[in-house]
Design a protein around this ligand. Structure first.
Ligand SMILES: NC(=O)C1=CN([C@@H]2O[C@H](COP(=O)(O)OP(=O)(O)OC[C@H]3O[C@@H](n4cnc5c(N)ncnc54)[C@H](O)[C@@H]3O)[C@@H](O)[C@H]2O)C=CC1
Ligand SMILES: O=C(O)[C@H]1O[C@H](OP(=O)(O)OP(=O)(O)OC[C@H]2O[C@@H](n3ccc(=O)[nH]c3=O)[C@H](O)[C@@H]2O)[C@H](O)[C@@H](O)[C@@H]1O
Length: 448
């Protein structure tokens, strides 16, 4: 089989590469000439574990190629996947201009039956707009070429994208013809070996499934952040509460980790877009509005603890920040909570020295030289007044706190992801702050 994947970002590049890995001929297309030229040389636009090797392997086997030329690349394809961005417009709704531009381009160039699959996250009704755009272009050309539209939302997580794509919990496909269902079944057959379900449904339901999934996950996180904040007030420990509720299979132990608010390119924008879609249709998503509000507040929780600890005197203080990306194992800085915390510290006249294993180059696009960047995590600690753990990269999980204590000016840790043991740090002479975590008795006595 042969497919084209239009848009070579986090989703398009992973989708195209994984399809080629199972033996399908794939052309990945992008309008960004620089991106495509680099990909041809094996230079990837993003950091995603395992992707570079997989791209190299499949390019070498000539199952994966890169092009800016959509017109040529879609010829002879069974399906064309649209995987371009759908960023939030000013009113929060998903901006469909990139998706529809690709649809028009497909309509202008297709010469044979094609299934046009929307992989981008798009509101209910988008497949109809895609169909209309293609029909208009075919009419303008005076040709009548059969085609189908389908919706195939993507559920991969950055940092684990290959694993998620190759071994999906489920594959959701919205179709409206048997012919399209047959093509999609053939394409996904290699991924179904281990019993992962391929769920066919109508197109609006598939489009809605994507938003419902992200909204549910965001809700779990905001709920736990609310519980964490209450734990703190009431003298309970959210780490214990999380274990206590997570062992109930109905609740589950995933996505209930409190922190400094969810970030990334999708939860914030998809929650906004769903609220907006509902509004436009006369319905109010009350739960999701609160989810958003809790998340906005949560981004300030760590800063508020810092401000309280230093009695509001942050000018001239130096803070070591470990982790910049919105989550570990990615260089993605979109809506990263680190940006909010750093901005607040800088506004108060503090200095920031940060280290991230892969996201520093990307971070420089938004932070520039307003902060210093460390060669490694320990360098950031030299003369620091406190350490802020912002992104829970594996390399930050068990640092040598004895070394750290010798480098730092003041021994204070603000742990935005609850990865350190409060008692252990206290014993090593550190003052510890987590999110909804009980402070050790010794620390409380010392602060009183
Ligand atoms: N990033 C993620 O983890 C996930 C993203 N999604 C959804 O997938 C979609 C894509 O997201 P990302 O991959 O993160 O976006 P991205 O911003 O990383 O990549 C989009 C790519 O599309 C290209 N593009 C834009 N217009 C084009 C055109 N007319 N022709 C060819 N290429 C064009 C851009 O140059 C860019 O390389 C979004 O709707 C997003 O919500 C869904 C699941 C996971
Ligand atoms: O539509 C998308 O783009 C994707 O969005 C998320 O994936 P992603 O944003 O890559 O990363 P997640 O692992 O979901 O983390 C999102 C944010 O939630 C935070 N989070 C996650 C889990 C948790 O328990 N607590 C928590 O605060 C993370 O720190 C991060 O800031 C979803 O998990 C994917 O299924 C979906 O395909």
């Amino acid at each position: 089989m042969r497919i084209a994947v239009v848009g070579t970002g986090y989703v398009g590049l992973v989708t195209g590469t994984c399809f080629s890995e199972v033996g399908i001929d794939v052309t990945c297309i992008d309008i960004d000439t620089n991106k495509i030229e680099n990909l041809k040389k094996g230079i990837l636009p993003i950091y995603e574990p395992g992707l570079e090797e997989m791209v190299a392997r499949n390019t070498q086997k000539e199952r994966l190629s890169f092009s800016t030329d959509l017109a040529t690349s879609i010829q002879g394809c069974d399906a064309a996947f649209i995987a371009v961005g759908t960023p939030p417009g000013e009113d929060g709704s998903a901006d469909l201009k990139y998706v529809l531009a690709v649809a028009r381009s497909i309509g202008q160039n297709m010469n044979d039956y094609l299934v046009v699959v929307t992989k981008s996250t798009v509101p209910v009704g988008t497949a109809n707009k895609v169909r209309k755009a293609i029909e208009e272009e075919l009419t303008a050309r005076g040709v009548d070429i059969p085609f189908d539209v389908a919706s195939n939302p993507e559920f991969l997580k950055e940092g684990a994208a290959i694993e998620d794509f190759l071994k999906p919990d489920r594959i959701v496909v919205g179709v409206c013809s048997e012919k399209a269902e047959t093509v999609m079944t053939k394409l996904y057959k290699p991924f179904l070996m281990n019993g992962h379900p391929l769920i066919f449904m109508d197109i609006p339901s598939a489009e809605m499934t994507k938003y419902a999934a992200n909204a549910m996950l965001a809700t779990k996180i905001s709920f736990m952040n609310d519980i964490a904040n209450l734990c703190e007030i009431m003298g309970a420990d959210v780490n214990m509460v999380r274990k206590g509720i997570g062992s109930d299979a109905r609740i589950g132990n995933k996505f209930i980790y409190p922190g400094i608010g969810y970030g990334g390119s999708c939860f914030p924008k998809d929650v906004k877009a769903l609220i907006r879609t509902a509004n436009e249709n006369g319905y109010e998503m009350r739960v999701l509005k609160s989810v958003e509000e809790v998340n906005e507040n949560q981004k300030s929780v760590l800063f508020n603890k810092i401000s309280t600890h230093f009695s509001g005197n942050l000018a001239g203080k130096t803070f070591a920040v470990w982790g910049l990306s919105f989550k570990p194992k990615t260089d993605d800085m979109r809506e990263a909570p680190s940006l909010v915390i750093i901005k607040k510290l800088l506004e108060q006249g503090a200095q920031v020295k940060a280290y991230d294993p892969v996201a520093m180059e990307e971070a420089k696009h938004s932070l520039g030289d307003t902060i210093q960047y460390g060669k490694d995590e320990y360098e950031t600690l030299i003369d620091a007044d406190a350490l802020l753990l912002v992104t829970e990269w594996p390399e930050f999980r068990s640092p040598n706190f004895t070394v750290a204590s010798k480098l730092m000016k003041d021994k204070v840790v603000f742990d935005g992801r609850n990865i350190y043991d409060a008692k252990d740090l206290n014993e090593k002479g550190f003052t510890y702050y987590g999110i909804g975590v009980k402070q050790p008795v010794e620390q409380l006595n010392a602060t009183v």
